[in-house]
Design a protein around this ligand. Structure first.
Ligand code: SAH
Length: 464
C-alpha cells in the first residue's frame, strides 16, 4: 500500500485549485461537499465556476496562480489540463507548503482523490493506486446500489442519540440496539412514517432494550457436516442463523458461513497466521469471553464435532468458566464418503465393527490395533491419513493384510467437487501421489466403490 487512506478534517481549512475547465470542476464538485474554504485560480473560467463564485460557494481569482497564492492551503489541486502549467503551479504550491495533487499525474502527486460513495456522515472511499480506475468505478456503482439512500439520514439522526444510548451497558447490549436501529426499526420507521418519526422511534427502541432482561450467553458446539449446506442438520441451520458469534474451522465451507446473520461476528479459528492455526487456548478463550458477555456462540466444526474435533478440551474450558453448552451432531466425513461410493459402513457377514482412525496425532503417526485392522473384511475410516499413507500401508502389511485389500480415498466427500480414488492397499501411496488431492481426504480401508466391487465379483464368477 503506497497511499494510506485517511479522512482529513477540512472544516474552515483553505483548499486551492488551479484551473478553470472541466477537470477543475470535477474536483470542485467533490470539494464543495466539504466545509473547506475553496479558492480557484483561473485565467479563463467556465461559466459554471462563475455561478459558484457568485453563490459564494468558492472564491474565484481570475488570473494564473503566482508565488504565495497557496500559502496556508491544506490541499492543492493542479487541474489545468496543461502539463507545463500544472508543473509550474505544482512547484509553487509545494513551495508554499501545501499537499499537492496533480490531476491525472499519479507520480507527481503527494495524495490522490479516491472514488467516493457519499452517504454523509457515512463515506466510503475507494482507491486502486491508479491501477484500475474501471474497477474503482464498478465497486462504487455496486456500493451505490447496495447502500440505501437514507443511510446518511439514519446515521445523522442516530449520531444525535449516541449520548442517550449510553444508558445501555457498553458492548453487546449497545451493539444490538444500534443494529436494530440501522437494520430493522430505523429503515422501517423511515419507510412507513418518514424522517420526523425517527427520534420518537429511537426513544421507543431504547426503552424496549433497557427493559429487556439480560440474556444468558451460551455455546453450541455444532457439526457443519462435510461441506454442502444441504447436509447440515435442521438444528445446525437454526443455531447458525441465531448466532451472535460464529467461531469456525478452516474446513467449514464458505456456503455454510453464508447462512450466518449479516451482523454476526465470524471468527476464523483455522486461519493460518505464520503457518499455524489459532492455538486451542486462544479458541477456548474466545468462546468463553463472548459467551460470558451474553452472546450466543456457535462453535462450528466440520463433520461431527465429536470426531477428531478436540471437543473435550473445549467443553472442559466451558465447564471451568461455568458456561452453558450443548452439542449438535453433524454428518461425519466417514458417512459422507461411504454414501459417495454407494457403500454401507457396516455389513452383516463382512464387518460388524467400524473403526475411525487418525493418520497422525500430536505425537506424529498414530499407532493402532494393526492386527485387528489387517483381518479380512475389516473396515476403517482414516481421517487425516494422506501424509501417513505409506506408514499405514507398511504397518498393515507387516501384520498380514493382503495387498489387494480395497482402499478408497474420497476427496471433498459430500461436496459437488467430490473425487473418488479407488485403489488397493498395495498401491495406496502411489495412487494418492498421482491424484495429488488438494481438498480434505478420507481413506476408507476395506471398502471399494459399489460399482467397482460388483464388476470385480462378476469377473471372479466368470473366471471360476
Ligand atoms: N470432525 C470432522 C473431522 C475433522 S478432522 C468430521 O467429523 O468429519 C479433519 C479431517 O477430516 C480431514 O483431514 C479429512 O480427513 C476429514 N474430512 C473432513 N471433511 C471431509 C470431506 N468433506 N471429505 C473428505 N474428508 C473430510
Amino acid at each position: 500500500m503506497r497511499h494510506f487512506p485517511i479522512f482529513l478534517d477540512l472544516a474552515g481549512r483553505r483548499v486551492v485549485v488551479s484551473g478553470g475547465g472541466e477537470t477543475a470542476l470535477a474536483k470542485l464538485r467533490l470539494l464543495l461537499k466539504t466545509e473547506a474554504r475553496v479558492t480557484v485560480f483561473a485565467a479563463e473560467a467556465e461559466a459554471e465556476l462563475r455561478v459558484l463564485a457568485e453563490e459564494g460557494r468558492l472564491r474565484l481569482v481570475e488570473r494564473a496562480l503566482g508565488p504565495g497564492d497557496a500559502l496556508c492551503a491544506a490541499l492543492f489541486y493542479a487541474a489545468n489540463d496543461d502539463a507545463a502549467e500544472d508543473a509550474r503551479v505544482a512547484a509553487l504550491a509545494r513551495a508554499d507548503g501545501a499537499l499537492v495533487n496533480w490531476v491525472d499525474n499519479l507520480g507527481a502527486s503527494q495524495f490522490i482523490t479516491p472514488a467516493i460513495v457519499d452517504r454523509d456522515p457515512v463515506t466510503v472511499a475507494i482507491g486502486t493506486e491508479g491501477a484500475a480506475p474501471v474497477l474503482a468505478r464498478a465497486i462504487k456503482a455496486d456500493l451505490e446500489a447496495r447502500l440505501p439512500a437514507a443511510l446518511g439520514l439514519l446515521a445523522r439522526i442516530g449520531k444525535g442519540f449516541r449520548a442517550a444510548a449510553e444508558a445501555l451497558p457498553m458492548g453487546r447490549k449497545r451493539r444490538e440496539f444500534w443494529a436494530d436501529y440501522y437494520f430493522a426499526d430505523g429503515p422501517r420507521t423511515l419507510a412507513e412514517r418518514g424522517a420526523e418519526a425517527l427520534p420518537g422511534a429511537l426513544v421507543a427502541l431504547l426503552d424496549r432494550h433497557l427493559s429487556e432482561a439480560p440474556r444468558e450467553g451460551r455455546v453450541d458446539l455444532v457439526g457443519a457436516g462435510p461441506g454442502d449446506p444441504d447436509l447440515l442438520t435442521l438444528r445446525a441451520r437454526k443455531l447458525i442463523d441465531a448466532a451472535d458469534v460464529v467461531i469456525h474451522d478452516r474446513l467449514v465451507a464458505p456456503a455454510i458461513l453464508e447462512l450466518a446473520r449479516r451482523e454476526a461476528l465470524l471468527i476464523d479459528a483455522g486461519k493460518k497466521g505464520f503457518g499455524r492455526a489459532m492455538a486451542q487456548d486462544e479458541i477456548n478463550r474466545l468462546m468463553v469471553e463472548h459467551a460470558a458477555s451474553g452472546a450466543h456462540v456457535v462453535r462450528l466444526k466440520s463433520g461431527d464435532p465429536g470426531v477428531y474435533g478436540r471437543l473435550d478440551e473445549e467443553i472442559g474450558a466451558l465447564d471451568a468458566a461455568g458456561i452453558a453448552w450443548a452439542i449438535c451432531p453433524g454428518i461425519t466425513a466417514a458417512s459422507a464418503a461411504a454414501a459417495q461410493i454407494g457403500q454401507s459402513l457396516t455389513k452383516r457377514d463382512r464387518n460388524s465393527a467400524l473403526r475411525l482412525l487418525t493418520g497422525h496425532d500430536v505425537k506424529g503417526f498414530a499407532e493402532h490395533d494393526w492386527r485387528g485392522l489387517a483381518r479380512p473384511g475389516a473396515v476403517a475410516a482414516v481421517y487425516m491419513g494422506v501424509r501417513g499413507a505409506r506408514f499405514l500401508q507398511g504397518r498393515l502389511m507387516m501384520h498380514g493384510a493382503a495387498p489387494e485389500t480395497p482402499v478408497t480415498a474420497v476427496e471433498n466427500a459430500g461436496r459437488p467437487e467430490a473425487r473418488v480414488i479407488a485403489t488397493s492397499l498395495g498401491h495406496l501411496p502411489g495412487a494418492l501421489e498421482a491424484a495429488a488431492p488438494e481438498g480434505p481426504v478420507i481413506l476408507l480401508l476395506g471398502l471399494a466403490p459399489r460399482a467397482a466391487e460388483a464388476a470385480a465379483q462378476t469377473l471372479a464368477q466368470e473366471l471360476a
